[in-house]
Design a protein. Structure first.
Length: 405
């Protein structure tokens, strides 16, 4: 398909996301809760889609693997206890591409041969398109939601299915730098004094070694890798306010609690919070749970952040239909919470699973309390205070979810 043909494609009722590809004129589109990246051409967004399951199959207490808890028991409600749509891939006969049979996206099997800055990553699809790589000429840099759809937590380190996707490393240290650029640019600037690039523009990437989503300086500091994608844009929400305290995402079929927990708690009590709400038939339902990391990341609105340079986009990184409790962060700044997922984590390849993933809908702060990784980042905290012996916020908030269909 030619670039001209792509430009002429009709937009879906949901609108389109913008992304980085072969260059061209720039404009903006604020109609969706997706990316804020430079526009070059537009393609339809999928009107409905499944969130690919995380692949976790084991359950844990604060530190150790345990038998799956029953409803009513401590630590019930973990990721492994809910089966989603399992990952499914098909590799092309020439080995150059991998089709994700769940999302419909086609990916490079390998990745860029060298690490590059974000602006250089923008040129990678143009090179592939000129080569008609894999028989296609519509490659692009993936959005952060598309890139994270490849995340696989079945074992971790790496957090991607290496049976289908190349990820080169010879040591845990090298693996911890397996960072891939997305097209999603952060709406704010790097605030933290921990990094020398304070005030720099930053863009999101997925570390498929450690499992994190973080934002990185786009033109200073370390360079990162690029893996391109093609296909209808994946990950555009279609929220409906049910006017009963719930919001349904008509794109995914998930129903969300409009309000959050209102206070922070450790991971064990976060799981128990869901059980308590179910016992009380909260908002008319008794099958609430903590979302897994991919479900919760899916409702991040990457056009919004507490430090957005566009004043109309200042706030938590979530659609304004949702309510979010305000907090004061470690720097004494007005901010918004981090939210627990039911997905467990380990701080290194050989560690116990004494941490769990959270999604930052407020600033993802560093030790100085300043925004270091961007609202919309995904990191892990100790499940309970001091579990790993490191510093951790560990008292995070909860936003409940259930399957609406």
């Amino acid at each position: 398909m030619s670039k001209k043909q792509i430009i002429l494609l009709l937009l879906t009722a949901l609108g389109t996301l913008t992304f980085l590809a072969c260059g061209g004129s720039s404009s903006t589109d604020s109609s969706t809760s997706g990316d804020t990246s430079e526009i070059t051409y537009t393609i339809p967004a999928k009107s409905s889609y499944s969130i690919v399951d995380t692949g976790q199959t084991k359950t844990y207490n604060a530190t150790l693997e345990i038998s799956a808890p029953a409803a009513g028991e401590a630590f019930y409600g973990q990721d492994a206890q809910f089966s989603g749509v399992q990952p499914s891939y098909s590799k092309s006969s020439d080995g150059l591409t991998v089709k994700d049979n769940v999302t419909g996206l086609t990916w490079q099997q390998s990745h860029s041969s060298s690490q590059v800055y974000w602006t250089e990553a923008k040129a990678v699809p143009a090179t592939l398109n000129a080569q008609n790589y894999g028989g296609y000429s519509d490659w692009r840099l993936p959005t952060i939601k598309e890139l994270y759809s490849l995340w696989n937590g079945s074992s971790g380190w790496p957090y991607i299915d290496s049976n289908y996707f190349t990820i080169n490393y010879t040591s845990e240290m090298e693996l911890s730098h397996a960072i891939f650029w997305s097209s999603t640019k952060y709406t704010g600037l790097l605030e933290s004094t921990v990094e020398p690039e304070t005030g720099a523009e930053i863009a999101f990437g997925v570390n498929f070694g450690t499992g994190h989503i973080k934002a990185y300086a786009i033109s200073t500091g370390p360079r990162h890798l690029a893996r391109c994608v093609r296909g209808d844009i994946y990950g555009v929400n279609n929220f409906k306010n049910n006017s009963d305290g719930t919001i349904t995402d008509q794109a995914t079929g998930l129903m969300w609690a409009q309000a959050d927990s209102g206070s922070g708690m450790d991971w064990e009590h976060a799981l128990a919070f869901a059980q308590t709400k179910n016992a009380a038939t909260y908002l008319g339902h008794n099958d609430w749970r903590l979302p897994n990391s991919k479900e919760l990341q899916n409702i991040v609105d990457y056009t919004r952040s507490p430090g957005a340079t566009d004043s109309t986009k200042v706030g938590p990184a979530i659609d304004p239909l949702f309510s979010s409790t305000g907090i004061t962060n470690e720097a004494g700044t007005a901010d918004y919470p981090w939210y627990w997922t039911n997905t467990t984590a380990k701080v290194n390849a050989n560690a116990a699973n004494d941490a769990a993933w959270y999604v930052a809908f407020g600033r993802a702060v560093g030790f100085d309390g300043k925004d270091l990784h961007g609202a919309g980042a995904i990191r892990f905290d100790d499940k309970v205070q001091g579990a790993s012996g490191g510093e951790s916020r560990y008292l995070n908030f909860v936003r409940l979810v259930r399957n609406a269909q």
